[in-house]
Design a protein around this ligand. Structure first.
Ligand SMILES: NC(=O)C1=CN([C@@H]2O[C@H](COP(=O)(O)OP(=O)(O)OC[C@H]3O[C@@H](n4cnc5c(N)ncnc54)[C@H](O)[C@@H]3O)[C@@H](O)[C@H]2O)C=CC1
Ligand SMILES: CC(=O)[C@H](N)C(=O)O
Length: 431
């Protein structure tokens, strides 16, 4: 591991346009040196090992012109220490990240000035929307959360705070956003979901795998705290299905699942090898009134509410007995913020299952009938979605999340249905 410390990290190697960091200024001493502080931004790139002549990556610019990586940590090392608190006064902006009361944000600040979080798109198709827009902005202040996507979100999101266009496949642009906006936390939501992924494997491979590589590199290079959601879809037919524990066989049969197992493993690898503060939750199917489903297998559990309110009936594309783990969006967002704000010492793992409830389409229909007595459900099974659902967990064991950082869900099936049908929710408003 000592020897590996002198090798370049992925984001320092040539191969992708704009990937090379600028050469280090000459420093008077050999070994670990500190580059001069910029008056505006102090980020971890300030800490460099001087390159050793003749070592480092070959190609553009020659070895001596390239900075080397932050020292890799041996796999047995403990998790990296939390970042230093922001200097008082500097990062205190509008009560959001870096504010005096905000413990999590202070922990995350890691030497940045005026910390900010960025969400690369978000939950469901009004993506960037749901997560950053709803809770991230409420929690940290609207100007301290920057949302991005390749699609314009609905108006209520678009006008709720900073939103920028960003393609996850454009590494240089990601880097610009992080540096120019002094980003300290990154929530990476861009992905193609299970059903649309099967319909366009090359695109799913690019967005879910290459996009993740870009995010990992930019996060490690700039010492960001990184959240990547995984899913029940990261398990497959050979995993125990009822319940599915955190650690077991993971052999998914969809490109979506394969890309998410890859994300879990790559994030953990970057954590142990480069000290990246990577945190990941395996979400169940997420049910939100705020957004339209994005092409997944669990979409029926969102669509059913829209159709029930609008037409009083619903045609379900999964069999009535298909049991899957599910969660209401508020629980999902709270779990995400809680794991991001948890002290590093409390995390015994970097990827956790989280769960709230588990139901079948029939269970959901029965609960809806209590509110809409004339509601009717029929079944027209989609064979692709059904095969996917049959390979996924029926119930999720999230005891490690509950034990390590105190995860506790608020919404079971009755509360979910009442809330989704409540006149305040967007399902009711949209219909
Ligand atoms: N919705 C759910 O039930 C669950 C979602 N998740 C995870 O949460 C994340 C978000 O899921 P949803 O919002 O439901 O999916 P979605 O399909 O609604 O949103 C994904 C977003 O990614 C954006 N995107 C696609 N290609 C992009 C690119 N090249 N650059 C930038 N953005 C791009 C899309 O425009 C879209 O807005 C995904 O990573 C998914 O795996 C995990 C488990 C359950
Ligand atoms: C559970 C998920 O990851 C998503 N909703 C999908 O069905 O693909």
């Amino acid at each position: 591991w000592e020897a590996l410390a002198e090798l370049p990290a992925p984001w320092q190697c040539p191969g992708k346009a704009g990937r090379l960091a600028p050469p280090l200024p000459e420093t008077p001493r050999a070994g670990l040196t500190r580059a001069p502080r910029s008056p505006l931004i102090l980020h971890p790139a300030s800490w460099r090992r001087r390159p050793i002549p003749g070592k480092g990556c070959q190609g553009n610019g020659g070895p001596a012109s390239r900075p080397t990586l932050p020292a890799p940590r041996a796999p047995s090392d403990p998790a990296p220490p939390p970042g230093r608190p922001l200097k008082k006064g500097i990062g205190e902006r509008r009560g959001g990240f870096g504010s005096g009361e905000d413990k999590g944000a202070r922990l995350s600040a890691r030497g940045a000035v005026g910390s900010r979080a960025a969400c690369c798109s978000g939950l469901a198709s009004c993506s960037s929307a749901s997560l950053g827009g709803s809770v991230g902005r409420k929690r940290f202040g609207k100007d301290n959360v920057i949302l991005s996507d390749i699609r314009k979100p609905p108006d209520h999101i678009f006008h709720s705070g900073p939103f920028i266009y960003s393609d996850i496949l454009d590494y240089k642009n990601l880097r610009e956003i992080v540096v120019n906006n002094r980003i300290t936390w990154l929530f990476h939501y861009s992905a193609l979901l299970s059903a649309v992924g099967e319909a366009n494997v090359p695109l799913a491979r690019a967005v879910n795998i290459t996009g993740l590589h870009n995010v990992l590199d930019v996060a490690a290079e700039h010492n960001l705290r990184l959240f990547v959601p995984s899913t029940i879809g990261a398990f497959g037919p050979t995993s125990p299905r009822n319940p599915t524990p955190d650690l077991c066989i993971q052999r998914p049969r969809t490109i979506y699942g394969v890309s998410k197992v890859h994300a879990e493993l790559m994030g953990e690898y970057y954590h142990y090898r480069y000290g990246l503060d990577f945190r990941c939750l395996r979400y169940p199917g997420i049910i939100s009134a705020d957004s339209q489903p994005g092409g997944g297998t669990t979409d029926y559990a969102v669509r059913i509410f829209h159709d029930a309110i609008k037409n009083g009936k619903f045609e379900c594309n999964l069999k009535s007995s298909t049991r899957l783990p599910m969660m209401y969006i508020d629980d999902c967002l709270r779990a995400t913020l809680e794991v991001m704000e948890a002290p590093a010492e409390s995390l015994s793992m970097r990827t956790y299952n989280v769960n709230a409830m588990s139901f079948t389409p029939e269970d959901l229909a029965q609960e809806l009938l209590k509110h809409i007595p004339e509601f009717q459900i029929t079944y027209n099974v989609d064979s692709v979605r059904q095969a996917i659902a049959d390979s996924w967990p029926m119930n999720f064991d999230d005891s490690n999340a509950r034990k390590d950082w105190g995860w506790k869900h608020d919404f079971d099936l009755p509360e979910l249905v009442t809330t989704m049908l409540n006149s305040d929710t967007r399902v009711a408003q949209a219909n």
